[in-house]
Design a protein around this ligand. Sequence first.
Ligand code: PLP
Length: 396
Amino acid sequence: MPNFASKSFYYLDYNATSPLSDKVVQNWNQALDLWGNASSIHWAGRKSKLLLRETRQKLAEILEISPLELIFNSGGSEGNNTVIKTFSDLVSASSIRKEFITSTVEHPSVRKCFEALQEQGHVVHWISVDKNGNFDFAGFKKVLSEKTLLVSVMLANNETGTIFPIAEIAKLAHANGAYVHADCVQGLGKIKLSLKDLDVDYATFSAHKIGGVKGLGFLYQKKGTPLKNLILGGAQERQRRGGTENNLGIWALSQCLDQLRNIEHTYLDIKAKRDHLEDLIKQQISGCVFNCSTGERLPNTSSMIISGVDGETLLMSLDLKGYAVSTGAACSSGNPEPSPVLLAMGFSRAEAQSSLRVSIGFNTTDEVILHFVETLKEVVTRIRSINSQDNQVLSS
Ligand SMILES: Cc1ncc(COP(=O)(O)O)c(C=O)c1O
C-alpha cells in the first residue's frame, strides 16, 4: 500500500484493477532481461520465446485447455471485441444463423459491440437480470433458436459480483448449434475456473485483475472455431493477433499463476473477510442493503445501496480519508450517471446513485476492514446529517 508521508492509503477496489502481485515487485529485475523479440531466431529472442511457451503451457494446464488455444493480447476489451466482431463479419445475407444473445449487465466492451451491431441492423436479444442478479433463463430459452449465431455472457459481474451459470447456458446454446463466448475477466483469480467444465468456445481474460500489468490479456479460442484477426500485422500468435508480444506483461502474468492454483484456499479466506465486512456494516450502519447477496457471487465483492447518501459524495469523502472504493465500474468514474448495470437490474436512479462497491483482494487485512467500516460509519453519519439540515432549511 502506498504511504505518502503521514497519510495511509487503503485499496478496496480490486475489481477495477489490482496492485502488482508481491512476486512481480520482488522479481522485477528478472524481467529486464526479456527485451528480445520472441519472433527473432537469434539468441536475443530465445529467452522471450521460451517465456511465452512456458507461460502459455502453465496457463493452459490451469484452465484445462490446450496451449495452442490461447492467444496473448492486450486485455479483456480487445478479447471481447475480437470475438464479437468475428461473428458480425460471419453473418451473410444467405445464412440462417444471424442472431446474437447477450445480457443487459455486460461490461461496456461487450455491450457497446452489440449496440453497434444493432445499429447496423443485426438482431440482438438482451437477456434481463433481476435485482438479485438472476439471469432470466426462461427468457433465454425463448429467444434461443436455430437462428442464434453467438451467445455472449459474462462469467462474473464486475459491479455486483454475481456469477452466471455459464456451463448451463453453454449446454443449451450448443444444443441449438450456437457458439458461446464468456467474458471471464472478473472470474480469474477469484473462483475456480476450468474452461473444460464451462465448455465455452471463447473466453476472455485480463492480467491486471490478478496482480499483472495493464495492457496484457489472453483469449481462449476453442480449436476449430472461427476467429477474425482484429490486428493485422506479423505472424505472431499463429497469425491470429499481429504485433510484437508484450514480453514484460507476459513475464508478470507468469509470476501470478501460482495463486490461481491455490484458489480454493484463497477463495475461503477472502470470502470470510468480505462476509465479516458486511456483518460489521449491518451491525453498525442502518439503511444498508447488500445487492445480490443471496445468490452465487464473487467472494471478494460487496455491492450495497446506502440510503440517503449520494455515492459520488461518499466516494470522494472516503478518498479524502485514504480509501479507494467505487460507485460502479471504474470506466464510468467521472461520469455522474448512475451505473447502467444497476439500472438494468431494476434499481431506481436514486438507488443506483446511492450505490457503493467494495472489492477486496490479496492485500486486504482484517485491520483494514475494521478501520474501513469505522470510517464508513463516520462519513455516512456526516453526509446524512448534512442532508437532513439542508432539508430542514428547504422546508422552513
Ligand atoms: C467484466 C469485464 N470485462 C472486461 C473488462 C475489460 O478488461 P481490460 O481492462 O483488460 O480491457 C473488464 C475491466 O474492468 C471487466 O470487468
